[in-house]
Design a protein around this ligand. Structure first.
Ligand SMILES: [Zn+2]
Length: 278
């Protein structure tokens, strides 16, 4: 049975913390490096329901994509939900580790798993290659096995991603044919210009806002847009991360049990039509 330090060492050799953005907060949030790790839960968000799932399953470690504390804190008192989460974890001997923007730019990383989930089967290249290592980077670009209408691509993507309340939103001519696809897990606003410059037919990401999206599709010649739930675009990565960690540990003769949380922690829980609000 590995120690937490062994497990963190493997995770950081797969997702090097040096690759993280300067504003990010990745790595071990809580946990005793000497503690034994037998069961590891993978989840997108460090929320109370995920902590409860970890405790109920008897997990020793939770690996999340999103940081619990991105901007630092001076208190972990249980007077806030974050402090309460830290208490729950420590009382139950559950460690918490985050791989965020260092997992985004890994090879393979978050957007590779997203690309596979929405139907890209061939080679993938970074949409925005990392400085100094063009094999890594933000987003991925690939080609569909056969061209699809934008409508059918969106349907295919919806089938490949976990279900969320909001589904997918599509901007552009629904009948246009799409073949080259760019994807970026999480908030992809900042990559709109890069997707246009890459000459792709459609860009799938999350958290797109009205003005950037509207202006983007009004300008002729650019890609269509598909906007998915933030959680859904990052969830496919969890199984890949779990597989890479168990393989790395297995190569050292170490066996751990992993589980991917299927709890939907996307912020948006439902949608309502005007008819329903009457
Ligand atoms: Zn995210």
């Amino acid at each position: 049975m590995p120690t937490l330090a062994d497990t963190v060492g493997e995770l950081e050799s797969i997702y090097d913390p040096a690759w993280a953005e300067s504003w990010d907060a990745v790595g071990l949030v809580c946990g005793d490096p000497g503690a034994r790790v037998r069961k590891i839960l993978f989840a997108v968000d460090p929320t109370a329901v995920v902590a409860e799932e970890a405790v109920g399953w008897g997990a020793d470690l939770i690996v999340t994509h999103h940081p619990l504390y991105l901007r630092g804190t001076t208190s972990v008192a249980a007077t806030t939900y974050k402090g309460r989460l830290v208490h729950t974890l420590i009382k139950n001997d559950v460690a918490l580790f985050t791989a965020h923007t260092n997992a985004d730019v890994a090879d393979p990383g978050v957007s590779d798993a997203l690309a596979r989930a929405v139907g890209l089967t061939g080679p993938l290249t970074p949409l925005l290659p990392a400085a100094g290592d063009p094999r890594r980077g933000l987003g991925r670009v690939g080609t569909l096995p056969a061209p699809l209408s934008l409508r059918d691509f969106a349907r295919r993507a919806a089938e490949g991603l976990p279900r969320t309340a909001g589904g997918l939103r599509v901007a552009g001519d629904l009948d246009r044919q799409v073949s080259r696809v760019a994807v970026s897990g999480g908030s992809g606003d900042s990559l709109l210009g890069t997707a246009r410059a890459a000459g792709v037919d459609v860009f799938l990401t999350a958290d797109l806002r009205h003005h950037p999206a509207s202006e983007f599709v009004e300008e002729p010649g650019g890609p269509a847009l598909v906007d998915a739930a933030h959680w859904a675009t990052e969830w496919p990565w969890l199984a890949d991360a779990a597989h890479r960690l168990t393989s790395a540990l297995a190569a050292r003769g170490i066996t751990v049990e992993t589980r991917v949380s299927e709890t939907v922690t996307d912020a948006w829980k439902t949608t309502a039509e005007c008819e329903e609000l009457k």
